[in-house]
Design a protein around this ligand. Sequence first.
Ligand SMILES: [Zn+2]
Length: 60
Amino acid sequence: MALPKYRISRSRRDKRRTHKKLSPPVLGECSHCHHPKMPHRACPSCGYYGGRMVAVPKEL
Ligand SMILES: [Zn+2]
């Protein structure tokens, strides 16, 4: 097994992780009811995708 020769300092370890972060989820607008929705997914509010109903919308 490979074993590191030198210990990586806290500073160097944390500097490596400065690029590692979560990005906010991408949200588009439903073309049918204008609710925010994820791209390439049926609208959770009205169940429409590509101009027609493909899923059962969430009941209120
Ligand atoms: Zn919708």
